[in-house]
Design a protein around this ligand. Sequence first.
Ligand SMILES: Cc1cc2nc3c(=O)[nH]c(=O)nc-3n(C[C@H](O)[C@H](O)[C@H](O)COP(=O)(O)OP(=O)(O)OC[C@H]3O[C@@H](n4cnc5c(N)ncnc54)[C@H](O)[C@@H]3O)c2cc1C
Length: 385
Amino acid sequence: MHQNDLMTTRPAHANPSNTDVLIVGGGPAGLAAAIAARQKGFEVIVADRDRPSIDKSCGEGLMGDGVEALRALGVQIPAAESFSFQGIRFVDSGSRVEGGFLSAHGIGVRRTTLHRLLLERAAKLGVQFSWECRFTGIEARGLSFDGSLIRARWVIGADGLDSMLRRQYGLDSHLSGSRRFGFRRHYRIAPWTDMAELYWGDACQIYVTPVGPEEICVAVISRNRQLRLDQALPMFPELRARLKCASTFGTERGGVTHSRVLRRVARGNIALVGDASGSVDAISGQGLCLSFRQSLALADALEAGDLRQYHRAHRRLMAKPLLSSSLLLALTRHTWLRESVLRVLASDPGRFARLLSIHAGPRGSRESDRHAVVSLVFQRLNGSD
Ligand SMILES: Cc1cc2nc3c(=O)[nH]c(=O)nc-3n(C[C@H](O)[C@H](O)[C@H](O)COP(=O)(O)OP(=O)(O)OC[C@H]3O[C@@H](n4cnc5c(N)ncnc54)[C@H](O)[C@@H]3O)c2cc1C
């Protein structure tokens, strides 16, 4: 497909457009929602204030369930532009423990590549795009984008963490929240492992995702908005030594990561998807996967004409990632807990693999997942097995 086919931009002051589904935000969530809705036969317009290629600070790891959801959206990630990782390795002051995925492998892929693949799929299905088209408010006759109007039967907010659409429709109220900051940079170096690695420290965590045969993505996450990779790397001498001879490329990008649960993700004919609909801390590596699965659930609800169905599905989809990100965030706060958990996992690698399959494997019931996670981790801490 020619790049120009993906770049349709509506004239700024065209007559009001009508469509079945209007999606505000053309990031991964907006594009996934567009694909899922189009797959159900809806006419879809995606409007974004930016224009492709859209990049963002991201660890660039997709867990197995994310890869599976992408497949349901008809998106395949070519092996030549990505890297399959087979599990997760935790590294903490000399100790290391790793767990392999029991079912589907994960994929590391550059954010811009993922965006391009989603865009190509959406364009192929006939989604229309309005780039450089900023949502500015709600008017009686439709949504306003820098002066032009778009009317739609369904409106989807996929405009990210600070969603303006969410605010304007009064869906901002949330139950919980925490905020951290992340910076990522790419290094040209052949991955030294087929695992995604998470390096634990008291002040920050660094995770390393192989994203190609000769490229890795390194991201630091902390509560300190000033902490960049150059300051963080000396806290991890082993990793710093590995990266010493590797060249960097592209820009270091920063972003905010939130853990936030909204009270409502839909109202009337409005629904939120992706980070706009609540989010989990980046350490869980679940943000993209959630967006894809939410998009599929949202399309089902649109087809049924009932967004309450989406609200319920959204709750179910958030349950596991929220649980794992709470657990992982607890490990960032309490060194004693982290050391104990890593000791437990190291004593039985099968236990780590089972935890991973709950975290990123096929969906079980909320209760059984919660029970499994809590019992797997804490039964050993309590001295039983
Ligand atoms: C440091 C870091 C590391 C991460 N690592 C991972 C990881 O390894 N794996 C993973 O799965 N997730 C990860 N995440 C989370 C993941 O990046 C997000 O969950 C994902 O970007 C959400 O996509 P989105 O489409 O909802 O939002 P965004 O990607 O933020 O897209 C929102 C879009 O809306 C557009 N927009 C905003 N306002 C307007 C407006 N007024 N009008 C029109 N358009 C607008 C923006 O231009 C943008 O294109 C990480 C996040 C961070 C910060």
